[in-house]
Design a binder for this molecule. Structure first.
Ligand code: M6R
Length: 352
């Protein structure tokens, strides 16, 4: 059952600390500062193609960012595009990212990869799923069953697992910052769940014409995911953009009636540039919701702030998403939507 929560989605958002602890268990050795994943076998990870759909695609984009930052050639592809017009595959290892392991589009992509002789890995939540059985190896995210159609804890699980995969593939000693950030991650998520003001933010923008989400680097896929969650359960128009793309077109849509959720992490170059984008939308009278650790001056230009604990940039993108999950959830709940079973959607899309 829903253990007292109004919806499975809210229950599953709250299960994230436990789900992430399970994902990390036995895989991160804090004392030794090492990461190991025994399921990874002896696949060759010199070149990686991540294939996925929907929320899992956003995890794949995030994962490609993590891997690229370690100097590993990695690309994220929509599975449905990949299956019908694949790039050269043969010397790549293809990672199917799929919560269910049953998504027809993603299975078509991993099957095409196998047919062309590539090694395949299923990164999935579902033991014994078709993808887990068909791929050479299966890496389980251990999020526990997810009932709500909207993917929540499994996205956080995928992000966490992709950090582990990246460290194993990078084949060096993971940096201390990441190991301690992963150790703190479940507790940091709990802090957000205990202290979030996302419900008040949702209340403030129920009459919005559209909801926009922006971010850079690892927070670009977070913007995409924030928008997908919002449109899926609230039925309101929502779009996610790479923050740098705004002034190349989308800025024309920005008005006083389009709140912009901007994720700003740290105080470096990416944060400075994203604060620049925040000023641009603020100058067009758009309400700004800053999702931030408070290390930049983003909140100075924001109408609301959704705070995240200070952490490594890699885990910050996991935390920022939790705030956006809550903002979408509360918006949809206040609008009286069918949160756990949104119209027209199925939990697992088993047709191409
Ligand atoms: O089971 P999968 O991860 O392969 O599912 C892929 C998408 O259908 C899925 O992530 C969908 O976008 C989510 N339900 C959105 O919340």
């Amino acid at each position: 059952g829903k253990s007292g929560y109004d919806h499975f989605m809210l229950k599953e958002i709250h299960e994230q600390p436990r789900a992430l602890r399970q994902c990390l268990r036995g895989r991160v050795d804090e004392l030794g500062g090492t990461v190991s994943v025994e399921e990874l076998g002896d696949l060759d990870f010199d070149r990686i193609h991540l294939v996925a759909a929907g929320t899992s695609y956003h995890a794949a984009v995030y994962g490609a960012g993590l891997l690229s930052a370690e100097g590993i050639s990695a690309q994220a592809h929509y599975a449905h595009e990949y299956a019908s017009s694949p790039p050269p595959i043969e010397d790549a290892t293809v990672v199917g990212v799929s919560q269910s392991g049953e998504t027809a589009d993603t299975l078509a992509a991993t099957r095409e990869a196998r047919r062309r002789g590539a090694g395949t890995l299923a990164l999935t939540n579902t033991v014994g799923s078709t993808m887990a059985r068909e791929c050479d190896d299966a890496f389980y995210i251990r999020s526990g069953p997810e009932i709500g159609v909207a993917a929540t804890k499994t996205f956080a699980g995928q992000q966490t697992a992709l950090n582990l995969l990246t460290q194993v593939v990078a084949d060096g000693t993971p940096d201390r910052d990441l190991v301690s950030a992963l150790r703190d991650l479940p507790g940091d998520v709990q802090t957000i769940l205990d202290e979030s003001n996302a419900e008040a933010v949702a209340e403030a923008y129920l009459d919005a014409e559209a909801y926009f989400f922006i971010g850079r680097g690892l927070n670009f896929p977070v913007a995409l995911e924030g928008a997908l969650k919002m449109k899926e359960i609230s039925y309101e128009h929502a779009e996610g953009f790479a923050a740098g793309e705004l002034k190349h077109g989308p800025l024309a849509l920005v008005t006083a009636n389009t709140p912009v959720f901007a994720t700003v992490v740290g105080d470096g170059e990416l944060a400075r540039k994203t604060v620049g984008n925040v000023k641009e939308v603020e100058a067009r009278d758009a309400p700004v919701v800053a999702v931030t650790d408070g290390r930049s001056d983003a909140d100075r230009y924001a109408d609301h702030t959704l705070e995240i604990p200070e952490t490594d940039p890699r885990t910050a993108a996991i935390l920022a998403n939790v705030q956006l999950q809550l903002a979408s959830y509360h918006t949809a709940a206040k609008l009286g939507r069918s949160i756990d079973k949104p119209r027209n959607l199925a939990k697992s899309v088993t047709v191409e």
